[in-house]
Write a protein that binds this ligand. Structure first.
Ligand SMILES: Cc1cc2nc3c(=O)[nH]c(=O)nc-3n(C[C@H](O)[C@H](O)[C@H](O)COP(=O)(O)O)c2cc1C
Length: 189
């Protein structure tokens, strides 16, 4: 059966750097025979986790009826994920944060939903390096998140690209994003 990777892309800029690098990875995955669905988180109705613990009491992923319900169905069926975000204020952006917070229920009700499935992480930032940009903080969080959901291996691509069009101008960064897709396709063989 064809394997499927979900790409969650959280930039509000449809043609921004995150989208371009996610597209590179998606292209390589498709070339590797993997089905890809890219989901743009910005603009989706995803409410914050209420910590009501309704999920634990009712044994459902979440009691809130918003766009997450459809995403839960897709997440459990996926063979791996790529999380792609711009760095905002020294971490990944709020659109991705609110989405991952909503894994609270699913991580406990169906704790193997990402177990053993590869995770890709794509980060872009305006500053010159992984430290001053704050991308290092996001990477640390992804390490903990992946450990918590037992996802792995985790592959990272990150780099400087500030204005729309900057990622395309950086051949090395584009190639690293393509290679991430290639590597993940290889893991699913
Ligand atoms: C609200 C906001 C906060 C930002 N914070 C940071 C930051 O902390 N570190 C950094 O290096 N770049 C920061 N940036 C720059 C973005 O990461 C950069 O422009 C990136 O290319 C945006 O990705 P996109 O083109 O996919 O939207 C910030 C941009 C915005 C809009």
């Amino acid at each position: 059966m064809t394997k499927k990777i979900l790409i969650f892309e959280s930039s509000p800029r449809k043609k921004g750097n995150t989208a371009v690098l996610a597209g590179q990875a998606a292209g390589a995955l498709r070339e590797g025979g993997v089905e890809v669905e890219t989901i743009r988180l910005h603009g989706m109705k995803i409410e914050p986790c209420n910590h009501c613990d309704g999920c634990l009491r009712k044994k459902v992923y979440c009691t809130q009826q918003d766009d997450m319900q459809e995403l839960y169905t897709k997440l459990v069926a996926a063979d791996g994920v790529i999380l792609a975000s711009p760095i905002y204020w020294f971490s990944y952006n709020a659109q991705l944060k609110v989405f991952i917070d909503r894994w609270y229920g699913i991580a406990q009700i169906e704790s193997d939903f990402l177990q053993g499935k590869p995770m890709g992480v794509i980060l872009v930032y305006g500053d010159t390096d992984v430290y001053t940009s704050g991308a290092i903080n996001a990477i640390r969080i992804f390490e903990d998140t992946a450990r918590w959901v037992k996802s792995g291996p985790v592959s990272y691509v990150y780099g400087t690209a500030n204005d729309i069009g900057d990622a395309e101008k950086d051949a090395g960064l584009m190639e690293r994003a393509r290679k991430l897709g290639e590597k993940m396709a290889g893991m699913l063989k």
